[in-house]
Design a binder for this molecule. Structure first.
Ligand code: PHB
Length: 389
């Protein structure tokens, strides 16, 4: 009897160990625009995540990854993103919230991450203040002040004295405008005009006429990647601003590889600053772009694809450190200071802001072979977000 009891206990213990070893799936709730005007954001970010998992396996620290995707189209309506994040937390019981194509979506979901105590990995939304809205946010994309300051410095050093700024009228546009003015003025440049353009269906014609009449040396532009940039470039062409001797400088959102072919030849010569280019020369990027094009032959890898790829990498590396524990406090502590070699160059997570520290490159659009590319010709290393107090 004694022996029988003992063997039952041993068997039960064995069962318990086997049970524990079979850890629960790791559920990642992805909030991304998959349809509507910003559908390309969702597609590129999802492509990046899928590629990382295909290359590295979909089990992290013993937990099988399960992605639950919610389409928050149009991506600019905070209430939609918020409702979907609530569903992910309450109904799907996700461990981590991730994605976020646009700033309004990230702003709206930050309080959910706070209340539910879930790590929130931002893979694109780039207004500086996003990471201040919850201590559980870590970001793998960029901030607008971070990528704007270098092109403002470049302009001041390259005989551009008077600039007219044109930005989309919401968070990232306000950030870009503010940082451009600050850096460019401090370097001796003059802002001769500024306009903020609505994100929905903008008609650039009246703004461009005003720019032309003001005769600046250059226009500085930030618009979210996609249709707005295409519309701006069309107007810039039609109104003959280049012929009037007005240069165009921008953040790399304008000439992102996903839209540059739609802009076409008018993009050639545009100077812009950014953290990622398909044409970035490194062994890591060569491997990344080759694998990406093989997996998604109809897409060109862009900064959002890298934001998703690195975001998934951050989740994997962080969970390896915590032994698979996705508790928000533990996750964020483990993510702080993480360093890796991204397709964009060396990156790390700033332990103070939870934003990404990275090189920012100055590029010129050129035709390389038969493709338009952002060709890097200068860089500023290890740039932190200058937008934080
Ligand atoms: C944003 O909404 O934060 C955003 C969207 C697209 C960009 C950059 C920033 O290209």
């Amino acid at each position: 009897m004694r022996n029988l009891n003992k063997s039952i206990v041993v068997a039960a213990l064995g069962l318990a160990t086997a049970w524990a070893a079979q850890a629960a799936d790791l559920k990642i709730g992805l909030v991304l625009p998959m349809t509507g005007p910003f559908a390309a954001y969702g597609k590129q970010i999802q492509n990046g995540i899928k590629l990382y998992l295909a290359q590295n396996g979909d089990t992290i620290a013993g937990r099988k990854v399960q992605i639950i995707l919610k389409d928050d189209a149009p991506g600019t309506a905070g209430d939609v993103s918020k409702r979907l994040a609530q569903e992910l937390v309450i109904q799907d019981n996700v461990d981590i919230l991730a994605g976020f194509g646009l700033t309004p979506s990230a702003f709206a979901v930050a309080p959910i991450a706070n209340e539910a105590k879930k790590p929130m990995v931002v893979m694109n939304a780039a207004t500086s203040a996003v990471t201040t809205k919850s201590n559980y946010i870590v970001r793998t994309s960029m901030t607008l002040p971070q990528i704007t300051a270098p092109v403002a410095t470049w302009a001041a050093k390259n005989k551009i004295k008077k600039v007219f700024t044109v930005v989309a009228d919401y968070g990232p546009g306000h950030d870009a405008e503010g940082q451009f003015k600050k850096t460019f003025s401090a370097a001796g440049g003059e802002i001769v005009g500024e306009v903020r353009v609505p994100v929905k269906n903008p008609d650039f014609a009246p703004y461009l006429q005003k720019v032309k009449d003001t005769k600046p040396d250059a226009v500085f532009l930030f618009v979210p990647a996609g249709e707005m940039g295409i519309a701006f470039m069309k107007g810039f062409q039609e109104r003959g601003l280049a012929q009037a001797g007005i240069k165009l400088i921008a953040t790399g959102d304008l000439t992102d590889e996903d839209v540059i072919d739609s802009i076409g030849e008018p993009a050639i010569g545009v100077i812009n600053s950014f953290h990622y280019a398909q044409a970035h020369k490194s062994a890591e990027n060569q491997a990344f772009t080759a694998a990406y094009i093989k997996a998604y032959p109809n897409d060109r890898p862009n900064f959002m694809a890298v934001g998703g790829y690195d975001g998934m990498r951050l989740i994997a590396e962080t969970l390896k450190k915590t032994g698979g524990n996705a508790d928000a406090e533990k996750f964020v502590e483990a993510a702080k200071g993480l360093k890796w070699m991204s397709p964009r160059g060396p990156v790390s997570i700033d332990p103070v802001t939870r934003d990404i520290i990275q090189n920012v490159y100055i590029r010129r659009v050129e035709k390389v072979g038969n493709q338009l590319q952002n060709v890097e010709f200068d860089q500023v290393n290890d740039v932190r977000d200058p937008g934080k107090p």
